[in-house]
Design a protein around this ligand. Structure first.
Ligand SMILES: Nc1ncnc2c1ncn2[C@@H]1O[C@H](COP(=O)(O)OP(=O)(O)O)[C@@H](O)[C@H]1O
Ligand SMILES: [Mg+2]
Length: 407
């Protein structure tokens, strides 16, 4: 069996509040609250901020540092009042088994129901009323309406978005401890791209760097993989829904341009849809999208872009009678790659023709047609090396171009 690797986010999670990066004020507030708990008016602290900025790990770091027992409730697992009460209600009154102090963490309350009948939030409020131990609550957005009662009973503490320099410093520490041979710019780029989400940044570092080397060029794989992920998510939405409203928004979060999206839909459509009638309707929409696309290119009618989007998302989605209950691995289309390679080749040829044109005082177009094929044939044959090298010198061909001509 494959050995499970410990995530570096756990391995290098801060062991004390001091090790927490970039959250000095919030961390100090938290520590003061726990130390002064007996005299605190509000018996719970509400930590809020974006994902991966250190809310959860700061609670554990503090518990470690102060030798407290943590009782954790991941609130989205317990969506009703009854189950929350059974875990936290008792913990909030009983002394810890070993006479240690306790810290109660109710993590990610965003997922808890706020409505009266299901009672998650009201139940948390009741527990706060008569807890004997400090309670820490975390959420992304504390200003959600459902938290209004909870906000009154808690001290709000903001965990700000981490600066990329904070992320960079942490990544560097980890990379050094893991003996990774890295380019600093690669770490810098990794720190910037997750927008302050330390968890993702560390995960990326582990994924790319655990082989012991991390160069800038390794990051390309990441953005490529990300794009593929984005687009397959979008495809799943379109292919698995018959609701045009849902389908229409699918490409909104995709960074690839719509031309590529068309190719992706085109490539994967026949893998997903099986009934001929479904396929016919869907391809009809795709062809309409292509027509719109031509008009955009030719006349620069950019407002047609929304039609292209609608045809390839909503149009394709409503083309089926009902969704297919199978799992398909959507694949990348090879076409853009082939076009790209062809373009590259073509460009090399053009560059050579440009040089010939300059020396022979003719137009590039003319050279492509008349002179170039002969030159190419000569180099390919490779006879009479002295002549060839003279030509190469005269045209100032570089190594790549020579290689290209010889193929
Ligand atoms: N401010 C920080 N300083 C050091 N490491 C951090 C910080 N924030 C996050 N991390 C790292 O990212 C991981 C996930 O952070 P976490 O506290 O779970 O984020 P969240 O704010 O979403 O609760 C932690 O285990 C830790 O390794
Ligand atoms: Mg968390």
């Amino acid at each position: 069996m494959k050995e499970r690797v410990k995530p570096w986010t756990q391995k290098y999670a801060p062991k004390s509040i001091k090790e927490l990066q970039g959250q000095d004020k919030a961390a100090a507030d938290l520590k003061r609250f726990v130390l002064n708990f007996k005299n605190e008016r509000k018996k719970a602290m509400f930590l809020h901020g974006p994902t991966g900025c250190g809310k959860t790990c700061s609670v554990y770091a503090l518990a470690d540092e102060m030798d407290l027992e943590t009782v954790e409730l991941n609130a989205s697992d317990f969506r009703t009042g009854a189950s929350i009460a059974s875990v936290i209600g008792i913990a909030s009154k009983q002394m810890s088994l070993f006479g240690k102090g306790k810290l109660i963490l109710i993590d990610e309350v965003d997922g808890v129901s706020g409505t009266k009948d299901r009672g998650g939030i009201p139940e948390i409020c009741r527990i706060i009323e008569d807890t004997s131990f400090p309670i820490v609550i975390t959420a992304n957005d504390p200003f959600d309406k459902k938290f209004s009662a909870l906000r009154k009973k808690t001290a709000l503490v903001e965990f700000g978005v981490l600066q990329s320099s904070d992320v960079f410093e942490t990544l560097m520490k980890i990379a050094d401890l893991e003996n990774i041979d890295y380019e600093e710019d690669a770490l810098r780029a990794l720190s910037r791209r997750t927008g302050g989400d330390m968890r993702s940044a560390i995960n990326d570092l582990q994924m790319l760097g655990s082989g012991g080397v991390l160069k800038c060029k390794d990051l390309d794989a990441l953005s490529d993989r990300e794009r593929v992920e984005e687009i397959t998510t979008a495809l799943t939405k379109i292919f698995k829904t018959t609701d045009p409203v849902i389908a229409r928004k699918s490409f909104d979060t995709v960074s690839e341009d719509l031309n590529h999206c068309i190719l992706w839909v085109d490539e994967n459509l026949p893998k997903e849809y099986e009934k001929a009638a479904d396929l016919a309707r869907a391809y009809d929409y795709l062809s309409k999208a292509n027509i719109m696309n031509r008009r955009i290119m030719r006349w620069q009618h950019w407002r047609f872009l929304t039609y292209v989007n609608d045809y390839i998302s909503a149009g394709v989605a409503v083309s089926k009678d009902e969704k297919y209950r199978k799992m398909v691995d959507y694949v990348r289309t090879e076409r853009p790659l082939k076009i790209y390679i062809a373009n590259r080749k073509y460009q090399k040829r053009l560059a050579i023709c440009e040089k010939i044109a300059e020396k022979t005082h003719s137009s590039k177009k003319e050279v492509v047609k008349s002179t170039y094929p002969y030159i190419k044939a000569m180099f390919k044959k490779g006879k009479d090396k002295a002549v060839l090298s003279k030509i190469a010198d005269e045209l100032v061909l570089d190594g790549d171009e020579l290689e290209y001509l010889k193929r």
